[in-house]
Design a protein around this ligand. Sequence first.
Ligand code: MN
Length: 209
Amino acid sequence: MLDAAKRDAEGKLEYTLPPLPYAYDALEPVISKTQLELHHDKHHVAYVAGLNKTLAAIDAAARAGDTAAVKALSADLAFHYGGHVLHTLYWPSLKPGGSAPTDNLAAMIERDFGSLENLKKWLSAAAVAVAGSGWAVLAYEPVGQRLVVMQTEIHNNLVGWGMVPLLPVDVWEHAYYLDYQNRRADYVAKLMDIVDWQAVGARLAAAQK
Ligand code: MN
């Protein structure tokens, strides 16, 4: 998936940090080089490491028959996996100058939110309103076959089964604090200008297949 996992010759799975699809300073002035570098190279990478470590711990516990370890390991797995997946989707959702939605994405935004401006308003409000660390996510909801805006606390709480994340908006302080300090709303507003809606549309098309 998205250059974020691999299997070695023995078939052992390892999650990997995907490279940024642009230079560290490409998103300036919305996101500074230092902010992006820290976020990708220190924070995202920590979730990848945590995920691999948790998988190894689960493997060891299973071999040892240590079922008492299940609760802690399950929580760690959900947290690090959520962090890895959402960051992996966050980087290629952004692009210098952004892009406009077309085709099915444009039609579904119109149907489900009235307009792109309304969707941005709703997504931004959800992002600003996250209590503490978390994400606002534009997702595809496969049962009703519609677009929804949802919130996720930390990386994995409040997740609905089957929802496919299309556009995650990171509102952990580590995503914006160097550039915006406590002004989360300013960061979210500026971020809306660099969303690559074409990439979001490609994700929607894959989810609908
Ligand atoms: Mn983050």
